[in-house]
Design a protein around this ligand. Structure first.
Ligand SMILES: Nc1ncnc2c1ncn2[C@@H]1O[C@H](COP(=O)(O)OP(=O)(O)O)[C@@H](O)[C@H]1O
Ligand SMILES: [Mg+2]
Length: 154
C-alpha cells in the first residue's frame, strides 16, 4: 500500500515539541494520531507539541494520561474540534478499552491522539497518522511518520 513516510531526528525534548507543533499545523479533524514507541521515547512530549499546536491547550496542560487514560481538551482549537489524548499503556483487554468511551470521542470529528497505539487496533474509518518514536542514545530520538491513504469504506 502506498504511503508517505517521513523521518526526523531530534536532539532535545524542545525539538520534539517543536516538531509536534509543525505537525499540528497540517492536521485536520477528523484524525487519529497513533503514537507508538517504548517508554520514555517521547510520545507525551510530542503530544505536548501537537495538542498545544492545535490550540487546544497550553503545553504545560498536556500531561501523560497514564492513570486517567483519557484527557479531553475542549479548548478552542483551530477547527473547534475536540482533542482527545489517550494512553493505552495500562489498558489490558478489550473490556478496559470499552470503558474509555472512545466511541463517544469518535462520534464527532475531532483529533484523537493515542499513545501506545500498537496495543489495540481502534475501529474507526477516520484518517490515520502513524508516528513511531525510537531512542537513538542520549537525548536523541528518531521520529518516523507514516501517513497512509485515508481508509476508504467498502
Ligand atoms: N529528543 C527528545 N525528544 C523527546 N523527549 C526527550 C528528548 N530528549 C530527552 N527527552 C526526555 O525524554 C522523556 C520522554 O518522556 P515522555 O515524553 O513522557 O515519553 P513517553 O510518553 O514515550 O513515555 C522526557 O523526560 C523528555 O524530556
Ligand atoms: Mg507517555
Amino acid at each position: 500500500m502506498p504511503s508517505d513516510r517521513t523521518e526526523f531526528v531530534t536532539q532535545t525534548a524542545d525539538e520534539t515539541i517543536a516538531l509536534g507543533r509543525e505537525l499540528a499545523a497540517t492536521m485536520q479533524a477528523p484524525l487519529l494520531v497513533l503514537v507508538s514507541g517504548e517508554l520514555g521515547s517521547g510520545k507525551t512530549t510530542l503530544a505536548k507539541g501537537i495538542i498545544s499546536g492545535l490550540g487546544a491547550a497550553r503545553e504545560e496542560e498536556v500531561t501523560s494520561p497514564t492513570f486517567t487514560l483519557v484527557h479531553v481538551f475542549h479548548g478552542v482549537s483551530k477547527s473547534h474540534a475536540k482533542v482527545y489524548h489517550v494512553d493505552l499503556y495500562r489498558v489490558t483487554d478489550f473490556h478496559d478499552l470499552e470503558t474509555l468511551g472512545l466511541e463517544d470521542a469518535l462520534s464527532e470529528p475531532g483529533v484523537l491522539l493515542v499513545e501506545w497505539s500498537e496495543r489495540f487496533h481502534l475501529r474507526s474509518d477516520w484518517p490515520r497518522l502513524a508516528i513511531h518514536l525510537e531512542h537513538r542514545g542520549g537525548d536523541s530520538r528518531r521520529i518516523m511518520i507514516d501517513k497512509p491513504e485515508p481508509q476508504s469504506q467498502a
